[in-house]
Write a protein of this length. Structure first.
Length: 60
């Protein structure tokens, strides 16, 4: 299972209110679960960076 799939599995099991919480800081900007989901779904480069950070932090 790749990073993207692991993220989607975790995201889908998060309570709705938790998805609004900040989980990462990228380039000095706070990033919520919802923002990460949008970037991952659009398959952007920053989305890939976010997945790498989540993996490094052992969140996914």
């Amino acid at each position: 299972m790749g990073r993207r799939e692991r993220f989607q599995k975790i995201y889908n099991n998060l309570p709705l209110n938790l998805r609004l919480e900040v989980v990462l800081v990228i380039d000095g900007e706070p990033v919520t679960w919802n923002v990460i989901w949008l970037e991952v779904e659009q398959r952007t480069k920053i989305g890939e960076r976010m997945l790498e950070k989540l993996e490094a932090l052992k969140i996914i």
